[in-house]
Design a protein around this ligand. Structure first.
Ligand SMILES: [Zn+2]
Length: 444
């Protein structure tokens, strides 16, 4: 090897190794020095110094690594980017025990002090804590912490079945089904990978999202924070869809505040009200859905004013398992407090795509015909998006009683980082989504 070759090799080494290392120093999120924590609208918030990101422009997701220390008594996590091709950063620490989503939202608000907003969530899988990163009204970036066991889970009772069994709902569903029949003929090969989503949020969920009290004054900034959250929901769900190899992509077709002054009280009621096409406070969603060609529609509610408490979300899906999906089952609802951890929105969309909870939670351990169930690891290391937390006493004879952290994967034959299979062929939401995506993409 001559001198030139050695220097070329050095150049190559420099190019490959020095550049990513240099980037690490440019991206550091840490607690704001001398900034005490505050309580806002029943949440304790901590201020974050994100100045290290400012030089980086809006496309930091292509960075190789990201350093982050959220609170002064937490370590600095070094996240390695797992996701270089989408619209947001997803990183995991070396040991895989901590994961981070980050996204920037380009603000449409002229009054905002910053042009774009940082949103994110960090999952500490060892301690089962989720940290949510979001902006307040003044452009400050704040972080809040939630124990995973305190995030309200998706509804697991079968209220949506009894809802479908009432006479009125049968008539309504039949009418909707007949009206929608031409959807089976909507052939658009270019669109078949893409499912269009419309998100509507209640006025009070908008208050909550910007750390405001119930019945706050809504502004262009509170609206913009919800728009950012809607984009974040789609980005994180898309990450899970991509990583689970579903070959399905969500597109945020439309997002807006509810215009009817709807006051949320109960998730079953919300789904019923969403489904009523001609009269009722939310019937305007139907022409709006047609206008934006939204295949699926979601409503975000504020848990603070719900009569029904402790439910993170609810969605329609065909019961029993194996029945076909149809356009009148396109509705889902989830809580605004659930946007910052636990993948609740992705979970509800999973229902709309035909997936059930894990077999233990569904009491379906003997179902040999269907495989569209979520999966929780027998070691308690993880659960997939559709699975409930790990509890004993159900038909899967689960032995542990502990919170097991949800990971951004739908169940299927792939392996988790520790080598454990994430469900195999018997618990395979991935396959159900792959089979049904074309159907759902034709709903509108
Ligand atoms: Zn559920």
């Amino acid at each position: 090897m001559n001198c030139l070759e050695v220097s070329m090799l050095l150049l190559l080494v420099l190019h490959v190794y020095i550049v990513p290392v240099a980037l690490v120093h440019g991206q550091h999120i840490r607690p704001k020095p001398n900034q005490a924590s505050e309580t806002r609208a029943d949440e304790t918030v901590y201020f974050l110094d994100t100045s290290g990101l400012d030089d980086a422009g809006t496309d930091f997701y292509h960075f190789a690594r990201l350093d982050m220390q959220l609170l002064e008594d937490l370590p600095t996590w070094n996240f390695i980017n797992f996701h270089t091709t989408d619209d947001h950063f997803y990183g995991e620490t070396d040991d895989g025990m901590t994961a981070c989503h980050l996204m920037r939202h380009s603000s449409s608000s002229t009054r905002s002090t910053r042009n774009d907003k940082l949103l994110g969530m960090v999952s500490d899988r060892e301690n089962n804590i989720w940290y949510e990163i979001k902006p307040d009204l003044h452009g400050d970036v704040l972080v809040t912490a939630t124990f995973e066991g305190d995030i309200p889970p998706s509804a697991k009772d079968n209220a949506h079945i009894s809802q479908a069994q009432s006479l009125w709902n049968n008539l309504r569903s039949t009418w909707s089904y007949l009206r929608d029949l031409p959807w089976t003929l909507r052939l658009d090969p270019a669109k078949e990978q893409v499912i269009d989503i419309m998100i509507i949020w209640s006025e009070n969920s908008e208050c909550y999202r910007s750390f405001q009290h119930v019945d706050c004054t809504l502004t262009e900034d509170t609206r913009d924070n919800m728009l950012a959250s809607s984009e974040f929901v789609i980005a994180t769900t898309n990450f899970a869809l991509a990583k689970s190899d579903t070959s399905t992509v969500f597109n945020l077709a439309h997002a807006q505040r509810d215009t009817s002054g709807y006051r949320e009280a109960d998730t079953t009621q919300i789904l019923t009200d969403m489904g009523v096409p001609f009269f009722g406070q939310l019937s305007y969603l139907h022409p709006l859905r047609d206008e934006h060609k939204a295949d699926l529609v979601s409503f975000i509610y504020d848990n603070r004013i719900m009569v029904e408490q402790g439910i993170g979300g609810r969605a329609l899906l065909p019961i029993p398992p194996g029945l076909p999906l149809a356009p009148f089952m396109a509705w889902s609802t989830y809580c605004v407090a659930c946007l910052g951890g636990g993948y609740i929105p992705a979970h509800e969309y999973g229902h709309n795509l035909g997936c059930f909870h894990d077999r233990g939670t569904t009491d379906a351990c003997d179902d040999n015909k269907n495989a569209n169930y979520g999966y929780r690891s027998p070691t308690g290391t993880f659960r997939t998006i559709m699975a409930y937390s790990c509890v004993p006493g159900e038909c899967d004879d689960y032995q542990l009683d502990r919170v097991c952290s949800v990971i951004p994967y739908f169940s299927g034959p792939a392996s988790y980082q520790n080598g454990e299979v994430m469900g195999g062929e018997e618990n395979n939401c991935r396959e159900r989504i792959r089979l049904d995506k074309r159907t759902v993409s034709r709903f509108r």
